[in-house]
Write a protein that binds this ligand. Structure first.
Ligand code: AOF
Ligand code: ZN
Length: 366
């Protein structure tokens, strides 16, 4: 096997931590001797053993001597004392000869110091193995650790003629099962899901993650005038699934009604009559919410793009046409005046999902 093959194994392991390690990174590690993987590990839960120490724990439990072996790890080993001791110390103590690293760690406490310490101890370090894949896996962590703000994804499913519902308002379903399963994985990937109150009124969604052993994201409703029905699916289940309703200046009795059901209500000054999204992101960042998946509707989609909070767009496109001049589209608001002002996507990727097509890319920041 090549270096990339071992790193691919480490990446697959890292992904098993999705939904459970936020706001820390997903990290995987394998230890290789004479072309054979002798131990492996990954970061399983926030605050638990880092990937490197999880692999060494397997060695220690099975009495495997890894002196002189190689380690492949998807993220630069840490060198600081946090919830866990430095991984660099464990790598040195276990006599690892060569370390292959995927991503560099932008955490200011690490940022190149991890690999420098290993080299100082005579360990051969190769960086950037499957770098693009490793970087993509932790794009949420990279933004959050460097800015303290959540990584924001704008997601929608539309027909080939750009509709998110028929003129009757009916929208189930636009894409097929494979694409919808993909969305549930994104709900696991993100710490919070956010919708506008219009979507709650139109669809009465649940916004949970239907993946086995998954976990539900925090559900956020932008609802300036507190129009969310108390008997909506989200409010009814807010004693079990964390729910945040963001409103403007609101009546404390009305706020109390939501709180009695289990919702948290955040009242903050609005911006031109709707939620101040930049201020909301700053609040969520302080609450350690590292990522937000915006799931509709068009008004919120436009406000999010216009306010500059969107990092990535994921558009699921179904090969069907609804038509209808009044049928809703994924991004509403006023829109841009001229094509040159369009929001552009870069680092694009296109994936086929059983007939539907996912187009995703990072929003180009000007
Ligand atoms: C992880 N898991 O497998 C690796 C991490 O507070 P701590 O001790 O858990 O440290 C968190 C930091 O450690 C994190 O921000 C990242 O820079 C580094 N590496 N973190 O949670 C891991 N390798
Ligand atoms: Zn570590």
């Amino acid at each position: 096997m090549e270096h990339e093959d071992y790193m691919r194994k480490a990446l697959a392991l890292a992904e098993c931590g999705m939904g459970h390690v936020s706001p820390n990174p997903m990290v995987g590690a394998v230890i290789v001797r004479d072309g054979e993987i002798i131990a492996s590990g990954y970061h399983k839960r926030y605050g638990d053993l880092h990937a490197e120490r999880s692999a060494f724990a397997e060695c220690d439990a099975k009495g495997i001597d890894c002196t002189g072996a190689d380690m492949y790890v998807t993220l630069e080993p840490c060198c600081h004392h946090g919830k866990q001791p430095p991984c660099t110390e464990a790598v040195i103590e276990h006599g690892i000869r060569r370390v292959f690293v995927g991503s560099s760690d932008p955490n200011p406490l690490v940022a190149g110091k991890g690999t420098a310490i290993l080299r100082d101890h005579g360990i051969e370090v190769t960086e950037g193995v499957l770098k693009d894949e490793c970087d993509r896996l932790n794009e949420i962590f990279f933004k959050f650790i460097t800015t303290g703000l959540p990584f924001v994804t704008l997601k929608y499913a539309m027909t080939l003629d750009g509709k998110i519902a028929c003129y009757t308002g009916k929208s189930q379903w636009i894409t097929g099962e494979t694409a919808r399963d993909h969305v549930h994985r994104e709900r696991l990937h993100h710490a919070a899901i956010m919708v506008g109150v219009g979507t709650v009124l139109a669809d009465d969604p649940m916004l949970t993650c239907r993946i086995e052993n998954g976990r539900d994201p925090l559900r956020i409703i932008c609802d300036t005038h507190l129009r969310t029905p108390l008997d909506s699916n989200i409010v009814r289940t807010s004693d079990k699934v964390p729910t945040l309703i963001v409103c403007g200046d609101a009546d404390s009795v009305r706020i109390g009604e939501y709180e009695k059901c289990g919702c948290k209500v955040l009242s903050m000054p609005d911006k031109n009559g709707s939620t101040d999204l930049a201020a909301l992101m700053a609040y969520l960042g302080k609450e350690k919410i590292d990522s937000v998946l915006i799931e509709g509707g068009g008004t919120l989609g436009w406000s999010a793009l216009e306010s500059g909070i969107v990092d990535k767009v994921m558009a699921y496109v179904a090969p069907k046409i609804f038509g209808g001049s009044t049928a809703k589209t994924p991004v509403g608001g006023q829109g841009v005046a001229v094509p040159d002002d369009a929001f552009m996507l870069e680092n694009r990727r296109i994936t086929e999902l059983d007939g539907d097509i996912l187009i995703e890319g990072r929003v180009k920041k000007c």
